[in-house]
Design a protein around this ligand. Sequence first.
Ligand SMILES: Cc1ncc(C[n+]2csc(CCOP(=O)(O)OP(=O)(O)O)c2C)c(N)n1
Ligand SMILES: [Mg+2]
Length: 1002
Amino acid sequence: MSQNISVPDIGDFDSVEIIEVLVKVGDQINKGDPIVTLESDKSSVEVPSTVSGKITELNIKIGDKVSKGSLLAKLENSLPVVEVSKKIDKNDFTREEEKIDSKNINTKKKVTKIFSQLSSENDIDPGETSEWIDSLNAVIETDGPSRASYILNRVVSEAYNAGLVLPDTRTTPYINTIPTELEVKSPGNQNIEKKIRAYIRWNAAAMVVRANKISGELGGHIGTFASAATLYDVGMNHFWRAKNKKFGGDLIYFQGHSAPGMYARAFLEGRLSEKQLNRFRQEVDSGGLSSYPHPWLMPKFWQFPTVSMGLGPIMGIYQARFLKYLINRGLLKDEGRKIWVFLGDGETDEPESLGAISLAAREKLDNLIFVINCNLQRLDGPVRGNGKIIQELEGSFRGAGWNVLKVIWGSYWDPLLKADKTGLLMKRMNEVVDGEYQAMKAKGGAYVREKFFGKYPELKKLVSSMTDNDIWKLNRGGHDPHKVYAAYHAAMQHRGSPTVVIAKTVKGYGMGKSGESMNTTHQQKKLDEKDLLYYRDRFNVPLTDEQVKNIEYYKPAKDSEEIKYLEERRKQLGGFIPERSSRATSIKAPPKDIFESFMKSTGDKEMSTTMALVRMLTNLLRDKNVAPRLVPIIPDEARTFGMEGFFRKIGIYAHEGQKYEPEDSEQLSSYKETKSGQVLEEGITEAGAMSSWIAAATAYTNHDIEMIPVYIFYSMFGFQRVGDFAWAAGDAQSRGFLIGATAGRTTLAGEGLQHQDGHSHILASMIPNCVSYDPTFSYEMAVIFREGLRRMHEKNENIFYYITAMNENYSHPEKPEGADVGILKGMYLFKEYKNKGKIKIQLMGSGTILREAIMAAKILSEEYNVDSDIWSVTSFNELRRDGMEVERRNLLNPNNNKEKSYVQKCLEKRDGPVIAVTDYVRSFSDQVRPYTDKPFYSLGTDGFGRSDTRKNLRKFFEVDKEHIVAYTLSVLAKEQLLGSDSAERAFKKYNIDKKKIFPTKL
Ligand SMILES: Cc1ncc(C[n+]2csc(CCOP(=O)(O)OP(=O)(O)O)c2C)c(N)n1
Ligand SMILES: [Mg+2]
C-alpha cells in the first residue's frame, strides 16, 4: 500500500525552507525517522515519518519551500497512515484519575461555629482533654499509628468543615520527630564507636592547632566539626556506601568547614599519613591537604566543592535529580543510591540553600537527604538569637513537601520528657529562644537549672534530684549517636519525598572555655596547653600530658579493636568515603561529515550562530555515540534560541511523564514531557540550570558515565549571575559546554541595559580551566565545538568550554583553507587587502563586530587606499594565555632565543598598527596588547547598554564600520603614516560628533 508523508502543523510558519533531505528513494525507514529538516528564520526542526516503509518517491529537494500539508514523500508497505497531528500516542498522557474518596465528602455541612476563635490556652476541662488523648493512645496501641493518623485527618477535616481555626501546623512541638519507642536501635558497638569518634575529634583539632603553630596565617576551624562529629560518624559507620565495582556509591556533600574531620578519619583509616596531616593548608609543595573540599587540588579525595556556602545544597539537589534522570533515561540502573548533603544552619541564610527545596519535593527526590547541623551559631553569633532556627527550617521544609526529622534532644532527656505529664517541659522547650539556648551551653549546669528549669516551679522540681553536672549532661540530639542513627535509618527508609534531618548540636562541642557555644567559637584555631588537656580529658583520649603538649596525633595500633572495627565497618559499606575516581569510557568524537555542511558558504541564506549551533546539535543527535549522551539544558528560553524542535524530537524530562495533553499537541514542536526525556527544561533558575549542568559535567566521576551537557542561556545571565557556580564547576573538573547566547553589547539590540552582555568573556577568562571563544561564522563554531567534543569527551581533558552565540542573522562564508589551527588557537587571517600599496593596518575583530571590521576594511581599501589584514579572533582569552606563558618562559630564560607568542607570530611580518574591535569591553581585546610590538588600539563597548537598533547601538558605542574607518584613519595619522585630513574628512562624512560624551559615562 502506498502512503503519503506530508508536512504536519508547524505552528505559525508558512513557506519554510527545506535545508536537509535525510532520506532517498529506496531507503527503508521506521516510523519516527526524520525525513527532512525545515528551517525558518529562527529555528530548524526535523519532520519525522508517520509510518514505516520504503521510500518510493521524494517530492521535494533542498531549497524548496513548504507549508502545512505539502507532500514530502511516498512510501510503500507501510502500516496504516496516522496523521502527525494524531500521531501522539494517547497513552503518553498518563492521566491519573482523581481519586475521590466519597467518604470524605461531608454531606452534613452544618457549620455552626463559623471562624470560632482559637482555643484558649487554659484547659477548662482537663478530664475531657485527657479522655481525648487516652482515646488517641488507645487507637495507636490497638490499631497502630496509621489508623490513628487516619482518624486524626478525618477529625481535622471535620474541624475545617465546622469552621474552626486550626493551629498552625507548619511546625511541630520542639521535640524529636521520632518518638523514643519508635527509634530503631543502632547495631553498632557504642563503646568502640565512641572511642573512634574521640580520636577523630582529637586529631582534627590537633591538625588545625599544629598548622597554626607553623603560621597563624594558615587558619582552619575546630568548632564546626566538633559540633558535627557524631552526624558524620554515624553515617560513616553505618549508612554511606562507597563506590566500587558492584555499586555506584552514595554521594556525600560534606560541609566545607568540617573538612578537618574527614582528614582525621582518613588518617585512622590509613589513607592519609601523619606527614600529610602536618601539611594541612600547606598545598604549594605537593602532598598538602586542602583547606576545604577542593577536587581540583585533591582529585582522588574530594568530590564536591562545597565551601562557598549555599552551592553545596543546591548542587546536591540537582545531583539527586540528575541521578533520577540518568535512571529514567535508562543510562544507569537504579541501585537505591542516596545523595547526602551536609550544611550549616547559618548556611541556610543563603538563597541558594533553600531556593530549590520545592523542586526537590516536586521531583519526589527520595534519594536525597539533607542534614542541617543546627549548632545555633554562624560566624559572628547566633543564627536566630531571637527565634528558633530549627522551627523555622521545619516550617520551610514541611511547607515545601519534605519529610522532616528533627533531632533536638538526646537520650538523657527521654525520662524527663516522659515524666512531663502536663506538657510544661515541652512548653518551656518551645518558648526558649536560640540565643538563650546558646548561652546555656556556654554557662554550665547551674545556669541551665536556673534559667531553663527555674522559670516554672514544677520544672525545677522535675530536676531537683539531679546534680548540676547531671543537668549539664542533658545532651542535644545531634550529639547522641542513638538518636542520629534512628533518624538516618528513617531517612533511608522514607519513600516519595526528600528528607531533611535537622539536628541540634553545640558549636565547639567539648572545647570548654576555649570555645564551647561561644560567639567566638567559629574562629578558634589556636588551643593552648590547658585547652588541649581539657579537650583530651573531655573525650578520654589516651595521650600523656607530654604527648598533649607536643600536640601528637593519636592512632591506635593496626590490630587494635578500634581500627579493626573501623576498617570492618567501611569494608561492609564497600570502601572509603570520600574518594574520587572515574571508570567512565570516552565518547568517540563524531565523524567530520557531521560538521561538514557548516564549512561551506551559506550563500545568500542568512542565519545566526545560535541557529548554526542548534543545527549542529540536531546533527549530533543523529550520531549514535554522541546522541544519548547529550544533555541539552535550558532555563526557559528554548524558543528564543530556536530549540523548540528538541521538545518533540527528544522530549523534555519529566519524572511523572505527561499527565495532560499539551495545548499544542497537534504541532511538530509540541511541548512533549516524558519520563525518558532528554532535554532539561529547568524553569527560570540559572542557579538550578547551572547545578544540573555541573551534575552532568561531572557524571564521568560521580556516575562513571561521560555525559555532554550543553547549557544554553542568555550570556548576561551566565557568568555574571552564577559566576561562583562556574568557579565551583572548574574546581569540580567539569567537562561540557556553556553557551552564552544572545551575546554582545550591541547584538542583542532591543533588550537594553540588563540584557546586553559586553563582559562575560572577561569573567570566563578568570576561570583557569574554562576555554572560551567568541566565533563569528558557523564554520568557526563547528570547528570549535568539534574540538571541544574531542578534547573533553574523547581525550578526557578536565576543561570546559564557554562559547558565545549570537542572534544576528547574516550569511556565512566558506571556511578559508587551513583556518582550523588558527580558529582553535584564537586567530587566523580571514582576508587580506594588499593591492593598493603603501599603507596597511592590522584589523582584529571577533563575534558579530568582526563583520563591521570586514566592511570597514573594504571601505578603507576602496575609498582611502588603505590595505589591511583582517584577523578573525576567535579567542582573545586563549591568545592571552598563550602570550602569558611564552612571556614567562622568555623571562625565565634570559639567555635563550626569544620564543614567540602566537599573536606575535601572526603579526610580526605584517605591516601597520593594530586596531582591535569587539562587542565587548576594551579590556577584552587589550589582553593581547603586550604580545605585539605594533601600536595597538582597541574599540569596544565599555559602558551600560541600552535598547535601540543594532545600527544605532553600534554607532553609540563607536564600533560600527564608520567609526572603525574614521578611527583607523586617525590612528594612521597618529602613527604618522597618513595626514590627519583623511580622518577629519571621515569624521565629518560620518557625522561623528566629537563632543559626544564617552559612552562609559552615559
Ligand atoms: C558564600 C560564603 N559566604 C561567606 C562565607 C564565610 N563563612 C564561613 S563559615 C561561616 C559561618 C558558617 O555558619 P554555619 O553555616 O552555621 O556553619 P557552622 O560552622 O556553624 O557549622 C561563614 C559566614 C563562606 N564560606 N561562603
Ligand atoms: Mg552553625
